[in-house]
Design a protein around this ligand. Structure first.
Ligand code: M6R
Length: 368
């Protein structure tokens, strides 16, 4: 039940700190990640030479984030593909390919068909599911469950942060099994992850300012989202939430792609959410994104920056700044996505829409 919340979505967003914490719970041994459910496949994990992550919608975006972490820590090449695109293009698969399927429900037909195809074509399979005993989990060689608890609202929120958590845990597990990461560095990454629930709780406390933002934007015809590196899947997810809940045309872009086309969309008053990387980012992506902000601002865009506490570089150019606590770069999505989820929910509410049951959508898509 909703337990006093105005919607299941509001309740589920409030449960995000626990969704992350519960997914980590019981999977740490002596400062290292140990996924006991993978004991039978650890030898296979040593042997794979490629990973393909598949999923649909929000699950595919968490998969994109998993790629950054798994490649960085375990040094195995990772591709991410939408399940339905993967299934019908005769992908190259063999016994050294691990196909990781991500699905909250574990019943999404597009993903199930892709898993069955992978098995029939000799690949190894692992699934990340939120529903115990789901069909996709049963079909796979191994399963890592997310412990987000039941997700009722059609728009996925707590399952998304739990999926990112599970993928990061898997990345650390894989790195340990393959010996690719210094245990001290691995322990630091794990400690970062364990610190995330308290930081999400902090972001949730600033919900009121987002409600105000949503009010003035309720008659916007289109909203754009920009991000770079791990901020890019977050931009895609922010746009998806807005489409499905508020029925507003929304588009996420990789910030580096702006001058290759999307900047032509910018006209005076156009709202643009920008997920700003930390100024501490070792690749200096912060400066690049700030310069993107300047470019679109000069063309009249209205900038809503999601930036780290203390990042003053964005202040002269942003109309609104939503602050997130400091986190290591890979972990920022677990914080930056929260204001975007809240924003979509509040904007839909401001338009008088049903946030739990958007039109034309089902919670579980069991047809191809
Ligand atoms: O149950 P699944 O994770 O397999 O569902 C995948 C998508 O259908 C789902 O994430 C969908 O995009 C959500 N409505 C997004 O909020």
């Amino acid at each position: 039940e909703k337990g006093g919340w105005s919607s299941f979505m509001a309740k589920e967003i409030s449960e995000e700190p626990e969704a992350v914490a519960n997914t980590v719970l019981g999977r740490v041994d002596d400062g290292q990640v140990v996924l006991r459910e993978l004991a039978d496949v650890d030898d296979m994990l040593k042997d794979i030479d490629r990973i393909v992550v598949i999923g649909c919608g929000t699950a595919a975006y968490s998969g994109m984030l998993g790629k950054y972490a798994i490649e960085k820590w375990a040094r195995v090449p990772v591709e991410v593909e939408l399940s339905h695109e993967f299934r019908y293009r005769e992908p190259v698969l063999n016994a050294r390919t691990l196909v990781i399927s991500i699905s909250q429900s574990g019943e999404t037909m597009d993903t199930l068909m892709a898993v069955k195809y992978a098995i029939a074509n000799g690949a190894r399979t692992l699934s990340i599911c939120n529903t115990q005993g789901a069909t996709i989990a049963r079909e796979s060689d191994a399963v890592v469950y997310t412990h987000a608890g039941p997700e009722v609202a059609v728009a996925s929120t707590k399952a998304f942060v739990a999926q990112i958590t599970a993928l990061y845990l898997f990345g650390l597990h894989l790195a340990r099994v393959r010996g690719t990461l210094d245990p001290t560095v691995a322990a630091l990454q794990l400690a970062e992850l364990q610190g995330i629930p308290a930081k999400i709780a902090k972001v949730l406390k600033n919900g009121a300012e987002i409600t105000q933002l949503a009010k003035w934007m309720s008659d916007s015809r289109a909203v754009l989202f920009l991000g770079r590196h791990v901020g890019y899947p977050v931009a895609l997810e922010g746009a998806l939430k807005l489409k499905e809940l508020a029925y507003i045309h929304a588009e996420g872009f990789a910030a580096g792609e702006l001058k290759h086309g999307p900047i032509a969309l910018i006209e005076p008053g156009q709202p643009v959410f920008v997920v700003v990387p930390s100024p501490r980012d070792p690749n200096s992506l912060h400066a690049k994104v700030v310069s993107n902000i300047q470019e679109i601002r000069a063309r009249g865009a209205r900038i809503l920056a999601i930036a780290e506490e203390g990042d003053v570089a964005v202040l002269p150019f942003a109309d609104e700044v939503i602050r997130i606590p400091l986190a290591a770069p890979l972990f920022e999505p677990l914080l930056t996505v929260i204001p975007l989820q809240l924003f979509a929910m509040e904007l839909a509410t401001a338009k008088g829409l049903d946030v739990d049951q958007p039109r034309n959508l089902a919670k579980s898509v069991t047809v191809e």
